[in-house]
Design a protein around this ligand. Structure first.
Ligand code: 5AD
Ligand code: SF4
Length: 462
């Protein structure tokens, strides 16, 4: 999944304060919001300042290189804050959550004694119990197993916490974990086996969010198009069918989903993308590499040609689709020729936008102990070339938006007075002057100016 900017969850003032730092993907943003929701009934309100926090949570990501080291250095800074608060007679707790917590477990407390709690992505619904254990005198709490009870049951049941923190565009996790075991990836280890939430649970959450003013929903899953949740009759429902059901809920104006795997891209989903008016014409479909031997070594379970043919099929159904992807350069054993095949694939497919990374070792993964590593400077040179090409394609895609008209959901305040920022159907950031309009409105706009990373537009009608 993509890497949005590190973000801090925030809601209103209450007696106790929690500071949550979110690293990594959208699913972590969702998890942080849900941690916040779990803590509100316990009297916690959010703060943006760790100095004011009774509870500090680092919701970590393990996808990037040296992820654990970055977390340890953040803990080092927080330890000083904790000590200062202690000296002033105010105690605070430090919790490490998320995928680094899952991967490192006990080791975190051993290396960083300032940490009080360590819990993985599947156990944060137990936060009230964990806090109680600490209040009852436990020195530390570690919860990194994959529990038999369903985290989402605890989060969505009638007695469970309501969804409180969100904007007008919200994330909803519908699927979690992964059984694909790509050779480079830690997700199957940190998030566990693939799991789909039941349809009614998702619908309940969407209803709650609609009532709270949310208009756009991004369905999240590490492998979201493998979704196969049960409907109330016990029949398994595909992602396409789930999107079609959600579109029928009054107030659901826009739907998106991420991240998909080429192997799970079925015809029903392509049809939904083409026909369902609420489903935005944007598809994040990572290929990772363009060489068949690298794809095989990565255990991606498809060839370059299969991916190219799939994209052609999707584009026949949705010609104006914005395609996004992920790429890894310098996977162990990748030759110059292999890399040229990635460049050739990108030239042939063309992307509206994409994420690209240098391969880095994840201990425990299949590729983790391959000896044939590509030297760092070669990886850097390949990445620079790939990113130049991808940015060029991004600009070309944006240039096609010039003088186009589309609906824009106004999501947030811009830097300048009276400026609002929204996302186009193609997920481009669009800036407009909108003094008489409010966040949450959907307005019709005409695009006046385009750049590689954003567009400017003006409102043409309401
Ligand atoms: N090295 C580099 N990039 C990685 N990704 C996942 N694991 C690694 C790794 N070990 C990238 C993939 C994935 C995205 C979320 O992060 O491109 O799709
Ligand atoms: Fe990781 Fe591959 Fe699963 Fe994506 S499909 S989460 S890259 S193992």
């Amino acid at each position: 999944m993509s890497d949005p900017a590190v973000k801090t969850a925030s809601i209103k003032n209450t007696a106790k304060k929690v500071f949550i730092k979110t690293y990594g993907c959208q699913m972590n943003v969702y998890d942080s919001e849900r941690m916040n929701d779990v803590l509100v009934p316990l009297g916690y309100g959010a703060t943006d300042r760790p100095e004011d926090a009774d509870l500090i949570i680092l919701n970590t990501c393990h996808i990037r290189e040296k992820a654990a080291e970055k977390v340890y250095s953040d803990i080092g800074r927080l330890k000083i804050i904790k000590q200062k608060r202690h000296d002033a007679g105010q105690d605070s707790l430090i919790a490490v959550a998320g995928c680094v917590a899952q991967a490192e477990g006990q080791e975190i407390i051993r290396r960083a004694r300032a940490v009080d709690m360590v819990f993985g992505p599947q156990t944060y619904h137990r936060l009230p119990d964990m806090l109680k254990k600490i209040a009852d005198g436990s020195k530390s709490v570690i919860e990194t197993e994959f529990p038999t009870e369903d985290k989402f049951d605890g989060l969505t049941s009638k007695a469970g916490p309501k969804r409180l923190s969100h904007g007008v565009a919200a994330f909803v996790t519908v699927q979690e974990g992964c059984d694909k075991f790509c050779a480079f990836c830690v997700v199957p280890f940190t998030r566990g086996a693939e799991f789909s939430r039941p349809v009614s649970q998702i619908e309940d959450e969407v209803h709650q969010l609609v009532k709270a003013g949310v208009r756009e929903f991004t369905l999240l899953g590490q492998n979201v198009n493998a979704y196969h949740g049960a409907d109330p009759l016990g029949n398994l429902v595909s992602l396409g069918a789930l999107l079609d059901r959600l579109e029928k809920i009054d107030g659901v104006d826009r739907l998106r989903f991420t991240t998909s795997h080429p192997r799970d891209m079925d015809d029903a989903l392509i049809e939904t993308l083409a026909k369902n008016k609420a489903v935005m014409p944007y598809l994040h479909l990572p290929v990772q590499a363009g060489s068949d031997s690298v794809l095989k070594a990565m255990n991606r379970q498809h060839s370059a040609k299969e991916y190219i043919d799939l994209i052609a099929k999707v584009r026949r159904a949705i010609p104006h689709l914005a395609l996004s992807g992920d790429f890894i350069v310098g996977f162990p054993g990748e030759t110059d020729e292999d890399f040229e095949q990635t460049m050739a694939l990108v030239r042939e497919v063309t992307y509206a936008q994409a994420y690209s990374f240098k391969y880095s070792i994840r201990p425990g993964t299949k590729a983790g102990d391959i000896k044939d590593q590509v030297p760092e400077e070669i990886k850097s040179a390949r990445l620079a070339r790939l990113q130049e090409l991808l940015l060029e394609q991004q600009l070309t895609f944006n240039e096609k938006s010039l003088n186009q008209e589309f609906d824009l959901l106004l999501e947030r305040q811009g830097r300048q007075d009276g400026q609002l920022i929204g996302r186009s159907p193609y997920l481009q950031a669009v800036h407009i002057e909108a003094k008489d309009h409010k966040i949450g409105e959907i307005v019709r706009v005409h695009v006046d100016k385009v750049g590689p990373r954003s567009l400017s537009a003006h409102i043409i009608e309401q």
